[in-house]
Design a protein around this ligand. Structure first.
Ligand SMILES: [Fe+2]
Ligand SMILES: [Fe+2]
Length: 426
């Protein structure tokens, strides 16, 4: 019996290895070949009117409108609590109530802080040219993401029901506009905004084109969790450290919106439970896989493990999806265990030199980010965010990838032949 189990174990490991090495390479080659065509297809159908090569909406920059109709409106955003306290609104900050002008969140100060010569010097001292390029590549994705968020949030206003929900979404549109213009300026200071990778353009356009609750899921669960993860990771980088903690706070509120909306009964039961709706949400999440590989070299240049980044991001997505009554087709823990296994298996088979043993890529530790950021994330996502995968899931994964149990491929000794180039990262 024990022998039979051993044979079965070896057979399943052999099937996994063959499937991973052959199937993964074929799927990746096919995807790489179709990606540019897929991009052109989504661009033709895009509702966005946005050009990611210049990071501008089509129709021109219209700087005068930025100054008079955007900045001035933001500057003069008066607070009902101060002008009519008897109405009971609580929209003023403590400093505003004291009578001092709180300019710490003002756009002019944020842009000025991001363009000083000291910041540029610090960047040059701390990072090589390639690393600055990689940072621009990653941060550019979120600049374009903010432009998409501006459009997508605006198109969600007619979709959400209830006064509070429409007001909340309207404020989100305003904040996304601020994020777009401030971050674009900061990334221009870093070295210039770069176009979106094809995979990211496809992912964002899919969400902008999605309908009703799938669009709400794509925007307030997926894109917001991605933004939160990026802002938490780069919160202490020069040129970004003054602004990203503010962005992180805003995006956390946007993630909280969808949770509160669900709690208030905004998500119909059939949207939560129907297999078709769950499938549509999975289809929104799935394009994140090629995004990982398109941005992997840039993360690696900065010394950030891309699987760890995306694992933690998916930890947030799945937590928020369930809290927002918009779960995926498989339960959260199971989804995370599968993602984690794939990340380990990828490294085990394609980058054996970098594989340091089976580990939980989805786990977020208390000390991963600053104290302030951890506190905000705990409030939005709950303490379970830091729990990690079950021992059972980790043990099962470990057994499947145990090098001592691995069958020896014909013609080699020991099996670990060294790094194999995966077409996805070529
Ligand atoms: Fe944003
Ligand atoms: Fe947002």
């Amino acid at each position: 019996m024990a022998d039979l189990r051993g044979v079965r174990g070896r057979a399943s490991r052999w099937a996994l290895q063959t499937g991973f090495l052959r199937g993964g390479a074929v799927a990746s080659t096919l995807y790489k070949a179709t990606e540019p065509r897929l991009r052109r297809y989504v661009e033709r159908r895009s509702p966005m009117d946005y050009d990611d090569a210049s990071a501008c909406f089509r129709g021109g920059e219209m700087s005068e409108l930025v100054g008079t109709n955007y900045e001035k409106s933001l500057r003069n955003l008066w607070k009902a609590e101060l002008v009519a306290p008897h109405l009971g609104f609580k929209d003023a900050t403590r400093i505003e109530k004291k009578g001092a002008a709180d300019d710490s969140h003002g756009i002019a100060k944020l842009i000025a802080a991001a363009t000083t010569e000291e910041v540029k010097r610090e960047l040059e001292e701390r990072f090589t040219t390639d690393q600055r390029n990689a940072l621009c590549h990653i941060m550019s994705a979120i600049v374009h993401g903010e432009a998409y968020a501006l459009y997508t949030s605006a198109s969600l206003i007619p979709i959400v029901n209830g006064t509070g929900a429409k007001l909340g979404m309207a404020m989100q549109v305003m904040e996304e506009a601020k994020h777009f213009i401030v971050l674009r300026e900061a990334v221009r200071t870093l070295g210039g905004v770069q176009p979106l990778a094809d995979s990211a353009r496809i992912l964002l356009d899919n969400i902008a084109r999605a309908e009703s609750y799938t669009k709400l899921f794509g925007m307030n669960v997926l894109v917001e969790s991605f933004a939160i993860s990026l802002f938490a990771t780069f919160a202490e980088y020069p040129c970004l450290n003054q602004i990203l903690p503010q962005f992180h706070l805003d995006e956390s509120r946007h993630s909280g919106f969808v949770k509160n909306y669900a709690k208030a009964g905004g998500i119909p039961k059939h949207v939560t439970n129907s297999a078709a709706e769950k499938g549509k949400r999975m289809a929104v999440v799935a394009p994140a896989l090629p995004v990982i590989f398109d941005y992997k070299p840039s993360f690696e240049l900065l010394g950030i493990d891309v699987f760890e980044f995306f694992g933690k991001f998916l930890n947030k997505v799945t937590r928020l999806a369930e809290d927002s009554h918009m779960p995926l087709t498989i339960p959260r823990k199971e989804f995370l265990a599968q993602v984690n296994f794939l990340a380990n298996a990828y490294q085990y088979y394609y980058e054996p030199g970098q594989w340091g043993g089976f580990r939980d890529y989805t786990r977020i530790h208390e000390g991963d980010f600053t104290k302030e950021i951890t506190a905000v994330e705990r409030e939005v996502f709950g303490a379970e965010l830091f729990a990690g995968l079950s021992k059972r899931a980790l043990t099962m994964g470990r057994k499947m990838l145990d090098p001592r149990l691995r069958p020896t491929p014909r013609g080699t000794r020991g099996g670990r032949a060294g790094k194999r180039g995966h077409p996805a990262t070529a």
